[in-house]
Design a protein around this ligand. Structure first.
Ligand SMILES: [Mg+2]
Length: 249
């Protein structure tokens, strides 16, 4: 419900919940998670197609090591190479060596954009439906080359989402302020009227906070990550907890 108050001759729109008008969501590992294509056995198949043999037991450690490739440095422009390096690093850390490495890494990169390889977390639809029904604008901000329009169609999210910005089309990666600014203006809200929800401290939380947006860290694995320096950043384990957190803003 949106209330209109008249004070000192001007209308003041009161946000439905606290001061928030818009909630932005990260996509990967916030709304969706990869299926078997991107599990250990899937990477074994990627390798096999390019003549690379890998040790599937090393998959978890390989992904952990490769994640460093996705941290954004001073140059926050979107470059496919950054993501290609991620796939290459996973295969290498799993022991894959050979001339097929580059082509293999490129195939992994291309396949990551295919919605059919991903599933929606169970808590997504109920949370989006509830927030949308209460009058909040919902948006997506994603460091991705996946077409976010196709993504919304595939998972039937169009009824809830008012705007979506991907770094491959916008040009910059989270946490660069530019991609958040584009998203805010797409939904017509100010930074302090918006909140970012995501699983990455360095991309989602840090990016939003530097602009004065609210931020919520989604810690689905309950790793106990806490934002000690920013007590105003709530940590939730499920999107089911999001409405309560927003109500407190
Ligand atoms: Mg994410």
């Amino acid at each position: 419900m949106v209330l209109w108050h008249h004070a000192y001759g001007r209308s003041v729109r009161r946000a439905p919940w606290g001061s928030m008008k818009a909630i932005f969501f990260d996509v990967d590992f916030t709304l969706i998670y990869p299926g078997p294509r991107f599990a250990a056995e899937g990477y074994r198949s990627f390798g096999e197609r390019h003549g690379l043999s890998v040790d599937t037991d090393r998959f978890d450690d390989a992904v952990k090591a490769a994640s460093q490739e996705l941290e954004v440095d001073d140059d926050a422009r979107y470059r496919p190479e950054r993501f290609v390096r991620f796939g290459r690093r996973v295969i290498e850390e799993m022991g894959g060596r050979g001339p097929g490495l580059e082509a293999c890494a490129r195939e992994i990169y291309e396949e990551w954009a295919v919605c059919e390889h991903f599933a929606l977390y169970e808590d997504v639809k109920p949370a989006l439906r509830r927030l949308h029904a209460r009058g909040l604008l919902l948006g997506l901000i994603s460091n991705t080359h996946r077409c976010l329009d196709a993504f919304q169609s595939h998972f039937a999210l169009h009824p809830f989402i008012s705007g979506a910005v991907s770094s491959s089309t916008q040009g910059f990666m989270k946490p660069h302020p530019s991609i958040f600014e584009t998203a805010l203006s797409a939904l017509g809200v100010a930074a302090d009227e918006a909140m970012m929800v995501g699983d990455s401290l360095s991309h989602d939380v840090a990016g939003a906070r530097q602009l004065g947006m609210g931020a919520v860290l989604l810690d689905r694995e309950r790793t106990g990550r806490v934002v000690t320096s920013q007590p105003e950043v709530p940590v939730i384990a499920s999107l089911a907890d999001l409405p309560a957190v927003i109500a407190e803003r």
